[in-house]
Design a protein around this ligand. Structure first.
Ligand SMILES: *Cc1c(COP(=O)(O)O)cnc(C)c1O
Length: 384
């Protein structure tokens, strides 16, 4: 069976984990800071905070942005539910901005229009979360300009985009945002088993992220309400969580980061091969915006199923019979029953819904061979 994604673990990765297991610290030890430093330096960001998964990272990013009950968070409908749920965890209301029909990322034009309307109605968002779908950066220059004009905090959900380039920056540099979130789930580009991270260049946000990661507890006398009682003393000054990453995971992450450029190079090679091999087929291959160089977490194609003799369900089943598991990223979040109960309806975000009707994800991962990829394309050709 060929799945849509799969981790690549080397002997060196295994040794790195083993070393931690033999050391004094399984959690809250030196491997965490080393991993944070490695990722921050790679991206050109000042600060990084490692956490137990990207969902937790999105949550503490929202908390640190000050998102609160009754305020608004906007994101894209074409994302994993976590990018919206983090707003609900804070008691905020969630709304969506439709996607661009070419890149499938949040449309900057739709965002601008929605912001204009929101200003008139006095309902501007506190936080906007653009998703770099497939590892392709959103139009961050434009989104940053809009943030300067309308005053929202930008949290980039870069769960797909570790190692991606945008203009002359790495995604994660936070050159166009307040914070950037990465995921290290095994299907993502770099893995720690489960894991996530928030990057920022803002020291105040960095300190808040550290607090929210670990119970809201500080040992810094300058942050306490009175002089410390003694060496044992700490204070809980906000309501935080326990979202810490273990040193076992961080060691795997640091080891995987050494392989990141090779991971991304191979993913780019496979994406370029798909682009070429799929040319004759009745489907739309990904469009890359000028200035973006994606890391290709996933490779999404679109078929106008109404115009061919097969349904999407039939295609998925026929491919499965050939040993190939297709996938779909994503079901529009506003169509989930939980969000429909909050008032969202079919028809609210037409581009996202059309995308959902047509899109599916082909297998793409570091260890996928050219032969396997040829087999995938051949099966598709026969079925379509
Ligand atoms: C994977 C993913 C997440 C959640 O990541 P976890 O580490 O599994 O919590 C959030 N947003 C997007 C876009 C993702 O792909």
């Amino acid at each position: 069976m060929i799945y849509y994604g799969k981790q690549s673990i080397s002997e060196t990765d295994i040794k790195a984990v083993e070393e931690v297991l033999r050391s004094d610290f399984l959690t809250q030890g030196p491997a965490i800071e080393q991993f944070e430093r490695t990722v921050a330096d790679y991206c050109g960001a000042k600060y990084a905070v490692a956490v137990c998964n990207a969902t937790a990272a999105l949550h503490i990013a929202c908390l640190s942005a000050g998102l609160d009950t009754g305020e608004l968070l906007w994101t894209s409908p074409i994302t994993f539910v976590a990018s919206a749920n983090c707003g609900r965890y804070c008691g905020a209301d969630v709304d969506f901005v439709d996607i661009d029909e070419k890149t499938y990322n949040m449309s900057a034009a739709a965002l601008e229009e929605k912001l204009r309307r929101a200003r008139r109605e006095n309902k501007l968002p506190k936080v906007v979360i653009p998703i770099h779908l497939a590892g392709q950066s959103c139009d961050m220059v434009r989104i940053k300009e809009l943030s300067d004009e309308y005053g929202f905090t930008i949290i980039e959900d870069a769960s797909h985009a570790v190692g991606a380039d945008y203009l002359d920056t790495k995604v994660g540099s936070c050159a166009f945002s307040d914070m950037t979130v990465f995921s290290f789930h095994p299907v993502k580009i770099v893995t720690t088993g489960e894991g996530g991270m928030v990057l920022t260049n803002n020291h105040e946000l960095y300190e808040k992220l550290l607090l929210y990661r670990s119970h809201g507890i500080t040992r810094n006398p300058a942050k306490m309400t009175h002089v410390s009682d003694g060496a044992w003393y700490y204070q809980q000054i906000v309501l935080g969580c326990n979202y810490r990453m273990t040193d076992i995971q961080a060691a795997l992450g640091t080891s995987q980061m050494k392989r990141l450029d090779a991971f991304v190079a191979r993913r780019r090679e496979l994406a370029a091969r798909y682009d070429a091999l799929l040319q004759e087929l009745p489907l739309v291959t990904p469009h890359v915006m000028e200035g973006a160089n994606p890391s290709w977490h996933i490779y999404v194609v679109r078929v106008a199923f109404g115009q061919i003799s097969k349904t999407k369900q039939q295609l998925f089943e026929a491919m499965k019979e050939q040993g190939i598991m297709l996938n779909l990223h994503y079901i529009p979040v506003h169509r989930q029953p939980y969000y429909e109960k909050l008032g969202f309806r079919q028809g609210d975000f037409p581009q996202s819904e059309k995308y959902y009707d047509e899109a599916f994800t082909l297998p793409l991962y570091y260890d996928l061979t050219n032969d396997q990829q040829d087999r995938i394309v051949e099966s598709l050709r026969k079925i379509l």
